[in-house]
Design a protein around this ligand. Structure first.
Ligand code: NAD
Length: 480
């Protein structure tokens, strides 16, 4: 069976422990490859390689760094089908989604930062005839990037690309649950001519490899995407060492539907924003707040649409919803469905596992689930489930909708549906989330700052924010 390897100092190498973890295909429930069970020794080797590479990479002209990153983007495009297949098998998402979203956006990430770095400028501030200040933005050194399993290559490259573009060397850890596309990226980086040690990928468990990245004194900044609890643990370790931190964490996003919305478009997009990638996107709307005058109509129409989603083999082109990423995560989701019932929720559709036949008979599938009848402050409506489960709640006024929307400890994204322009802006201003979508979802210009507030994280990714994060600003003041 295939053994995934670490990518350290330009070489594909086994873990020092020589131990491996099982890597499952969630659609079949079978182990299909092995992941290195690396530890702090592999992280130390990666940091040494990165340190060694930094002296050259940090002074490599931006145009040359840009060309290499552009080449990586082109090679991702060239291998799009192979990468999409790998991601679908590893993560359980429909292969069509992997192709159109994850992998193509991973290519865009490299493309975007390869061009961005060419325009990343220093600022100067002139104090009339007394002095001129200029700001030098230098790369940080060796930085850590830790990513989750839900959009494996997309989120991995969203961190790595700006870090490399800005002239840093990187020690990166993909999720141990979905390591395959990061492994394939190692080969692409070699082919693209990325110098040895500039990017190092260490596979393995969070409490071993991730923890060693957080603790390593030579790693000066960490960009992390994952659960809120893990983010808190990384901050606990890294903050006293004064590491720069960007933490992109969990969410419990409201999808707020006013009666005056463009109904058909709202319905169509709400199905997608609830159940894309089995609801395993941090930006999915998981709490639907619907104005009471259209509540019954919406409930009927929405449930009818959701029932028609095809849960099936992720490799079939007509599958809408694939497998849940792991058995453990499936059990967590089922536990929440059970909790919702105990809290008085009505299951309007779904609510259980789906047993497929043939190749996927032992896979981990859950029917898209719609629940209503719950109070907004119950656990089901406050805690992140991160699966194909949404709740519906009616509201009577804009004020009540805002109270419910802002009631959780999270603050990642909100979705609002209304044709009233003034209300759209007012509500966007009142929502305590880092992202607000009005009459759309997942539309994003990569130049905009991305991230959450409250327990959804600190720091911003995307555009100049990411390039600033991965650089240190030094101000030089020259007396005239
Ligand atoms: P997770 O926190 O369990 O793992 C994320 C990464 O951290 C993995 O690589 C994991 O191995 C590593 N890790 C685990 N324990 C660690 C430790 N002690 N020290 C260092 N690293 C450690 O999260 P997950 O289950 O992989 O992903 C799902 C979560 O990610 C959800 O909460 C989701 O909302 C969140 N997410 C957020 C965003 C965002 O942009 N805000 C995007 C995607 C996912």
């Amino acid at each position: 069976m295939q053994k995934i390897l670490n990518y350290i100092d330009g070489q594909l190498v086994p873990p020092i422990s020589a131990q491996y973890l099982d890597n499952y295909n969630p659609a079949t429930g079978e182990v299909y490859s092995f992941v290195p069970d690396s530890d702090e020794r592999d992280v130390a080797a990666a940091v040494s390689a990165a340190e060694k590479a930094f002296s050259d990479w940090s002074v490599t002209p931006a145009e040359q760094r840009s060309r290499i990153l552009m080449r990586i983007s082109e090679l991702i495009d060239k291998n799009l089908d192979q990468l999409a297949l790998a991601e679908s098998i590893d993560q359980g998402k429909p292969v069509s989604l992997a192709r159109t979203v994850d992998i193509s956006r991973a290519s865009s990430n490299f493309h975007f930062f390869a061009t961005g770095i060419l325009h990343f400028a220093s600022e100067a501030h002139v104090m009339e005839n007394r002095a001129v200040n200029y700001t030098v933005r230098a790369p940080m050194g060796v930085v850590g990037c830790i990513s989750p399993w839900n959009l494996p290559l997309y989120l991995f490259t969203w961190k790595i690309a700006p870090a490399l573009a800005a002239g840093n060397c990187v020690v990166a850890k993909p999720s141990e649950i979905t390591p395959m596309t990061a492994y394939l990226l190692s080969d692409i980086c070699k082919e693209a001519g990325l110098p040895a040690g500039v990017l190092n990928i260490v596979h393995g468990l969070g409490p071993k490899v991730g923890d060693a990245i957080s603790k390593h004194p030579k790693i000066t900044a960490i960009s992390f995407t994952g659960g809120t609890k893990t983010g808190a643990e990384i901050a606990r370790i890294a903050a006293p060492m004064f590491k720069k931190l960007s933490l992109e964490l969990g969410g419990k996003n409201p999808n707020i539907i006013f009666a005056d919305c463009h109904y058909d478009e709202m319905l169509e997009t709400s199905v997608r924003s609830s159940f894309s990638n089995q609801g395993e996107i941090c930006l999915c709307g998981s709490r639907m707040l619907v104005e009471r005058s259209i509540y019954d109509r919406f409930l009927n129409d929405f449930v009818e649409r959701v029932k028609s989603l095809k849960v099936g083999d992720p490799l079939s082109e007509d599958t809408h919803q694939g497998a849940i990423v792991s058995k453990q995560h499936m059990e967590k989701i089922l536990h929440y469905i059970d909790l919702a019932k105990k809290e008085g929720g009505k299951i309007r559709c779904g609510g259980d596992v789906v047993k497929l036949s043939g190749r996927c008979q032992n896979g981990w599938f859950i029917a898209p689930t719609v629940i209503d009848g719950l109070s907004y402050d119950c656990r089901t409506n406050q805690e992140e489930i991160f699966g194909p489960v949404v709740t519906l709640m009616p509201f009577d006024s804009e004020e009540q909708a805002m109270t419910i929307a802002n009631s959780t400890s999270y603050g990642l994204a909100s979705i609002v549906w209304t044709q009233d322009l003034t209300r759209a802006h007012r509500v966007a201003n009142l929502l305590k989330t880092g992202i607000v979508w009005i009459n759309c979802w997942m539309l994003r210009d990569l130049r905009t700052p991305f991230g959450g507030v409250k327990n959804s994280g600190v720091g911003r990714e995307g555009g100049w924010e990411a390039l600033r994060f991965f650089t240190e600003a030094k101000n030089v003041c020259v007396k005239l």
